[in-house]
Design a protein around this ligand. Sequence first.
Ligand SMILES: Cc1cc2nc3c(=O)[nH]c(=O)nc-3n(C[C@H](O)[C@H](O)[C@H](O)COP(=O)(O)OP(=O)(O)OC[C@H]3O[C@@H](n4cnc5c(N)ncnc54)[C@H](O)[C@@H]3O)c2cc1C
Length: 416
Amino acid sequence: MHACVIGAGVIGVTTAWQLARQGWQVTLVDSAAEPASGASHANGGQLSYSYVAPLAGPGVLPHLPVWLLNPNSPLRFRLRADPLQWRWCLQFLQACNARTASATSAQLLSLSYLSRQVLHDLQQDTPIDFGHARNGKLIVYRTPGLLAKARAQLALQADLGSEQQLLTTEQLIEREPALAPARATLAGAIYTPSEESGDCARFTQGLAQQLATLHQVELRPQTVIRQLDRQDGRIRRILTTTGESIEADQFVLAAGMGSRPLLAALGVHAPLYPLKGYSLSLPCRQAQVPAISVTDYERRTVYAKLGDTLRIAAMVGIGTLEQGIEAGRIALVKRQAQALLPHLQMESAQAWSGLRPATPHGRPLIGRSRAADNLWLNIGHGALGFTLACGSSHLLGSLMRDTAPAIDPTPFRPDC
Ligand SMILES: Cc1cc2nc3c(=O)[nH]c(=O)nc-3n(C[C@H](O)[C@H](O)[C@H](O)COP(=O)(O)OP(=O)(O)OC[C@H]3O[C@@H](n4cnc5c(N)ncnc54)[C@H](O)[C@@H]3O)c2cc1C
């Protein structure tokens, strides 16, 4: 069986690996010169297996005025004259209720735990050097009220299999001394020892290299797909912008935000919208940096030591479609990082921005497309693509090979 996977981000590369290791012939196509050039490039590096709650939650509605009015809010909304945005936002608001959010969290947990298992097995078999660390995660809170809410959530998470501890400020500083300068501003933290981190781009590129050398996968960089050519309900071939065509038995669309126009041309609407985020990468040696991954909850900023790099990722922009880096937003990320870790020197920080390919409800779409019998989707992983990649690809691989999936695929079944 020959499969062509479109998109060499973390989702496409893990999908290609799942198929190739089962003996399929695989062609992996991407418009960029190297794998992980899109959203997978310099993300927050969190393998956040226990923290998978969707953005659409019951707490959203009370915060809406802040998002709309405060320019320093980590979440920013820009209304556009774009029916796709209105449709996505309407579906997002419909999902902002406790029942939907807790059902989605449970479904995402089943996928994230599968992901963790698959990544651990991969690292056991053919290890990839991507700064993978099982160093735990601290979610730090600045207000006692929010810490109390987080404590209530602990019980729910415990029922779903997470091991977590509530830390006072003193216990927090004892566990992570790099936070000592900010002691007076912190109310406490939740510590999850089992969480992991790593460099998503290094992982994706390392796995792509293994695909070429160990599994004879054909990598086709700098190949832009213009159209999926459908005849009699099947994709017969895909057409590139240079006039080439690629034929295969099965096709997988894992092109992040690039998936939406390709599906639209087939007459189906993929409920994807880009959520823009930023990151900074700094050399670790310059200052005392946290050894444990830290999330500054109120500022929605994550800090992770990825080998000899400190990665800081932040911001969710809904309606900011431009790829570039806005000076005001990145300056805000720097100021907030220095407030938490005053020793950081930002002169050498490398700034990056990326677009998270998000569904309104927060569940990725994994399975057969309605557009064609031999077209499969692995898209819409939003803020959790690195965390969910290995599980999503394992699930899709089972569905494509028609073998029993490790988890229930129903919540992730695409309607497009
Ligand atoms: C600031 C930020 C921080 C994040 N932090 C985390 C985190 O800490 N943990 C976590 O789990 N997730 C995180 N994420 C989310 C994660 O990065 C994404 O969910 C994930 O990278 C999506 O992967 P993907 O392969 O679907 O998309 P991409 O990485 O964007 O890959 C899609 C690929 O398709 C290619 N493509 C598109 N269109 C075409 C076409 N027509 N022809 C050929 N190729 C095409 C693109 O070139 C691209 O390489 C973060 C995202 C951002 C932006």
